[in-house]
Design a protein around this ligand. Structure first.
Ligand code: FES
Length: 147
């Protein structure tokens, strides 16, 4: 984390002021820029947008993309919603957990990979669906996840 992170967060927030959904936009940019949203970042966002820290924490806790812990260098998200479950998401998840030695919601101790649940990626007709490093993957297989 750069030592000027608090100022970086304030700069991000100030660029977002006046936009629709400005606090969410700012938090997304903070997460993308700094890798995770820390308590101090939430306090800065609350200050700039005249919100309580609890309100900002509520936003962060609602959106899974607003991470409070850094993701692994490789970030795998597996859809766990019904349409994907009907076509093998549970089996794919079990295979991925076994291959990586981590459970959903965990990051490998060496930071190499994180495995996360997601609830619908909009690829319901082509499940099981995944997102690997931000790229959607339809009809995901264990082989395709690690290609
Ligand atoms: S249910 Fe998995 S992508 Fe929609």
């Amino acid at each position: 984390m750069p030592s000027d992170a608090p100022q970086a967060v304030r700069d991000i927030c100030e660029r977002c002021v006046g936009r629709i959904g400005a606090p969410i936009s700012a938090l997304r940019e903070v997460a993308a820029t700094l890798g995770a949203i820390e308590q101090a970042h939430m306090e800065t966002v609350a200050d700039v947008f005249n919100l309580s820290v609890a309100e900002v924490r509520g936003i962060v806790s609602f959106y899974s993309d607003l991470r409070t812990e850094p993701a692994g260098r490789r970030h795998i998200r597996l859809c766990q919603a019904e349409a994907c479950q009907a076509v093998g998401a549970r089996e794919l998840t079990a295979a991925a957990q076994e291959k990586l030695g981590i459970a959903l919601g965990e990051t490998a101790a060496d930071g190499s990979v994180s495995l996360e649940a997601v609830y619908c990626l909009g690829l319901c007709a082509s499940g099981p669906s995944a997102m690997v490093d931000g790229r959607p993957l339809a009809r995901a297989t264990i082989k395709a996840l690690f290609a």
